[in-house]
Ligand binder design. Structure first.
Ligand SMILES: [Fe+2]
Length: 280
């Protein structure tokens, strides 16, 4: 069975939104015929009500074609409400939950695939504290308990079903940025490599990429905002999971034609999953 995923990230509704790109994408979703639409975080710029409402409208348009999946990115978290407080951290996700769903990391089953998320956007938190001041509240982390939860979901899935993990932060180093999205990235990569996923969908780096991490295929979506890295065009990814292969196509914004054009396609063999092991 083939599963087609429209993978977007970093729409950044608010001051950075590229509304012409978002509207063009909304119009072409029915033609793309995805089986599911995944928004891998940073739907907003500052987690404001109006931004969340536009994000909700985008997901509702997408939902007319296919089921949707979203989870929060660092810009969707109102981290200043509970900086470093060990209790009451639910407050930082209150606005997200109000508009985009009560479950921050839902599990979605579609025909041929199960899609599960690990929350990496924890605001200003002990797990992602860093010496680099500009990375505070920006960098993410991958808690072990979250990985164990998702690994149990994947383990309980029929072997032929594709297992898709969604996280916001880039799990591989950005080519232009040279940056990892996750704190303690070696440990985070080990956790992802052993979580039992076939494909990981992430964003945050604002540069599209397709690569592998062990036997896991990683699709990193670019951004649909005006903040594409290196003044590159906005983009989204289209991921096709077949029984023995995965293809990732970048759709890049063509400003002259005012539409997205399919450009590079990367093809990967779907290898054997990593054997189940304790989460490092
Ligand atoms: Fe982000």
């Amino acid at each position: 069975m083939t599963v087609q995923i429209l993978h977007v990230a970093d729409l950044h509704f608010g001051c950075a939104a590229a509304v012409d790109q978002v509207e063009a994408l909304e119009a072409m979703i029915p033609d793309l015929r995805p089986d599911v639409v995944v928004a891998a975080g940073d739907l907003c710029q500052r987690g404001r009500h109006g931004e969340m409402q536009r994000a909700r409208a985008f997901l509702r348009v997408a939902a007319q074609t296919a089921p949707t999946y979203a989870l929060p990115g660092n810009h969707d978290v109102r981290w200043w409400r509970r900086p470093l407080a060990p209790f009451g951290r639910g407050a930082i996700y209150e606005t997200y939950r109000r508009y985009l769903g009560p479950d921050l990391t839902p599990t979605l089953e579609v025909s041929g695939a199960v899609i599960a998320g690990v929350l990496t956007a924890h605001g200003l938190a002990w797990g992602s504290l860093t010496w680099r001041a500009r990375d505070l509240s920006v960098i993410g982390h991958l808690p072990r308990a979250e990985c164990q939860r998702v690994r149990a979901i994947f383990t309980a899935t029929a072997p032929e079903t594709a297992r898709v993990l969604v996280v916001h932060h880039n799990v591989l180093r950005g080519e232009l940025s040279g940056r990892m999205g996750l704190a303690r990235w070696r440990q985070a990569q080990r956790r992802i490599a052993t979580i039992g996923a076939d494909v990981v969908l992430c964003g945050h780096d604002h540069q599209e990429a397709a690569d592998t991490l062990g036997s896991v295929i990683v699709s990193t979506a670019g951004t649909l905002s005006t903040r594409a890295r290196g003044a590159r065009p906005g983009s989204f990814n289209f991921v096709t999971i077949e029984p023995s292969a995965v293809q990732i196509t970048f759709f890049r914004w063509d400003a002259e034609r005012h539409r997205f054009q399919p450009s590079d396609t990367f093809a990967f063999a779907r290898g054997a999953r990593a054997a189940a092991a304790p989460v490092p």
